[in-house]
Design a protein around this ligand. Structure first.
Ligand code: ATR
Length: 294
């Protein structure tokens, strides 16, 4: 999928931002960022480089040598880039994973904008986590970033995961790092029944419902209720089965594109120092998903 954003004005002063990881071919990030650069008339361009774990050191040496301004980092490199950076911001350091790098005059600084992106997506839809019962499904990388961000908020947190020991480990780590008591359990009918009933906000941070398993859902439809806000981090499809069934139950819904956009917007602001044009980014993303400009 490729899209042409009008006339590309590449010059000797053009700054480069890029995504590194594997796979990257179907990433929406080039669409989102190039549309935003163009809208603000910034002399930046965003591309994607397929980089394996074995080549991460050379890739980052290349970033320094070529003066590449900023990076997004995706699977499987979010932790393996860390030894090659000069500094980590406190959030990335706590989480132990990086999804954004700024090349500040030769100093490579690592950030993690995933959790804050989720928080901004919630707030943009009028959902302030403060005082809420929040239920997170999953205990992988995405769940971890979201849970770390929510631990800074005055909310109660519960983590349910298919593999119980991972939920327990994450809850214990959050307890140690934030002094916050986090409940945990199994992503299984009994624990779901009690916890979904009590939840104000349910966040699906598992990969259940993602293409090609779009007919699956992590939560039995019968458990969904109208007092819930359901936030699904899966964005492919944009409307997952979970979101469809949550809507039918009268719940408010937030899709995974919101998180993608908001974490991207924070990265954009780190690289450019400019406020990200969220609406432009959303439109570019939706167009790219519809496959326009193939
Ligand atoms: P990500 O970075 O997207 O979070 P990840 O770290 O591989 O990816 O985590 C995937 C999450 O989805 C995990 O919580 C995983 O549960 P396990 O820890 O038990 O593996 C969850 N997950 C994936 N497939 C699942 C399934 N079919 N049913 C329930 N949970 C599933």
């Amino acid at each position: 999928m490729s899209r042409c954003y009008g006339k590309l004005r590449i010059s000797g002063k053009t700054k480069i931002c890029a995504l590194i990881g594997d796979p990257v071919e179907h990433s929406l990030s080039p669409h989102i960022h190039n549309a935003a650069f163009k809208h603000l008339k910034l002399n930046f361009v965003y591309i994607a480089f397929k980089v394996s774990r074995e080549n991460v050191k050379e890739a980052l040496l290349g970033v320094r040598a070529l003066g590449i301004k900023g990076l997004n980092v995706t699977m499987p490199l979010k932790t393996s880039v860390i030894p090659y950076l000069d500094k980590l911001d406190s959030n990335a350091e706590k989480i132990g994973a990086v999804n954004t790098i700024l090349n500040h005059e030769g100093t490579l600084i690592g950030y993690n904008t995933d959790g804050l992106g989720a928080l901004h997506a919630l707030r943009a839809r009028g959902q302030n986590p403060s005082g809420k019962n929040i239920l997170i499904l999953g205990a992988g990388g995405a769940a971890r970033a979201v849970a770390f961000a929510l631990c800074e908020e005055a909310c109660t947190l519960t983590i349910l995961n298919r593999t119980f020991r991972k939920a327990k480990k994450l809850a214990e780590e959050l307890g140690e790092k934030f002094g916050k008591k986090v409940k945990h359990g199994r992503l299984a009918p009994q624990d779901l029944k009690t916890n979904v009933k009590e939840a104000d906000i349910l966040i699906n941070a598992t990969s259940v419902g993602m293409i090609p398993y779009e007919n699956e859902t992590p939560v039995d439809t019968k458990l969904l209720h109208s007092n819930l806000t359901v936030f699904d981090l899966v964005y492919n499809p944009q409307e997952t089965r979970l979101l469809r069934e949550a809507k039918a139950a009268g719940a408010r819904t937030i899709d995974g594109l919101s998180m993608l956009i908001h974490q991207g917007a924070i990265s954009f602001e780190i690289w450019t120092g400019r406020k990200a044009p969220i609406d432009v980014m959303v439109k570019a993303c939706e167009k790219a998903l519809k496959g326009e400009g193939k």
